[in-house]
Design a protein around this ligand. Structure first.
Ligand code: NAD
Length: 256
């Protein structure tokens, strides 16, 4: 379905990004992946479907490295048709206790990185008259939770950036949209489950149950694969008039 399309997924060595990169490759896209940690494992997983998949180690808090990554995607793979801005980090603390360097890092990695990547990729997409930008925001781009000020601010910003860019591209073949997941059981959330288990003196399974019961009416985690199939849909011709949306996949979280 995506044969011939070239996709760059940031933060794709783990969790949601790895799920999206793998699924895009399964649907025929050629991939550039990015991120820290188990690069070899992630690349091996994506190469099962796209043997030519490549990796770029840009730190998403560094604008020059992001620009270099997009340039390299264009020169090495021949373009950047699908850009998935997914890299993200979390830190949980009250505003008055929030370490300033954590605030700066979250804004840089969860918000500004998407601006820098789009600034580098949009001209080529517009020239080729086809492009898909998919920003992985969050329910926290739509509503807030206590102790997540930087994350909530960054994700609300990302939803706003998505809308502004979508309007700028509205008469072109380039669409810009956001996906807003609720709880997805990835390493980012496992840390919060572990912290809750320790704080409440309960087991991991009970901590997961409490986490879901608080916010997510379906009482089920969304999976990276479910989000990836939505990303694939956004790349199809049927989605050509889906522009500037913030599409929640949250088990009813934001319906409340
Ligand atoms: P994760 O921790 O499993 O993956 C994060 C990825 O980002 C990893 O590949 C990591 O190496 C990469 N990364 C982190 N800092 C980076 C940097 N400076 N430069 C380059 N790469 C960097 O987390 P995840 O849960 O898969 O989250 C992915 C995205 O989905 C994030 O933007 C997150 O905010 C969003 N999200 C997650 C959930 C959830 O419940 N897990 C819910 C809503 C939104």
């Amino acid at each position: 379905m995506l044969n011939g399309k070239i996709a760059l997924v940031t933060g794709s060595t783990s969790g949601i990004g790895l799920g999206i990169a793998t699924t895009l490759a399964m649907h025929g896209a050629r991939l550039m992946i990015n991120g820290f940690g188990d690069v070899a494992g992630a690349l091996a997983q994506v190469r099962e479907h796209d043997p030519g998949a490549v990796f770029h180690g840009a730190d998403m808090s560094k604008p020059a490295e992001i620009a270099d990554m997009v340039r390299q995607c264009e020169s090495e793979l021949g373009g950047c048709d699908i850009l998935v801005n997914n890299a993200g980090i979390q830190h949980v603390a009250l505003v008055e206790d929030f370490p300033v360097e954590r605030w700066d890092a979250i804004i840089a990695i969860n918000l500004s990185s998407a601006f820098h990547a789009m600034q580098a990729a949009l001209p080529g997409m517009k020239r080729r008259q086809w492009g898909r930008v998919i920003n992985i925001a969050s329910v926290h781009g739509l509503v807030a939770s206590a102790s997540k000020s930087a994350y909530v601010a960054a994700k609300h910003g990302l939803v706003g950036l998505t809308k502004a860019a979508a309007l700028e591209c509205a008469t072109t073949g380039v669409t810009v949209n956001a996906i807003c997941p609720g709880w997805v059981l990835t390493p980012l959330v496992q840390k919060q489950v572990d912290a809750r288990a320790a704080a409440d003196g309960i087991g991991i399974e009970e901590a997961k149950r409490r986490l879901l019961a608080e916010k997510q009416p379906s009482l089920q985690f969304t999976t990276p694969e479910e989000l990836a199939e939505l990303a694939v849909f956004l790349c199809t011709p049927a989605a050509q008039n889906v522009r500037g949306v913030a599409w929640a996949v949250d088990g009813g979280w934001t319906a409340q």
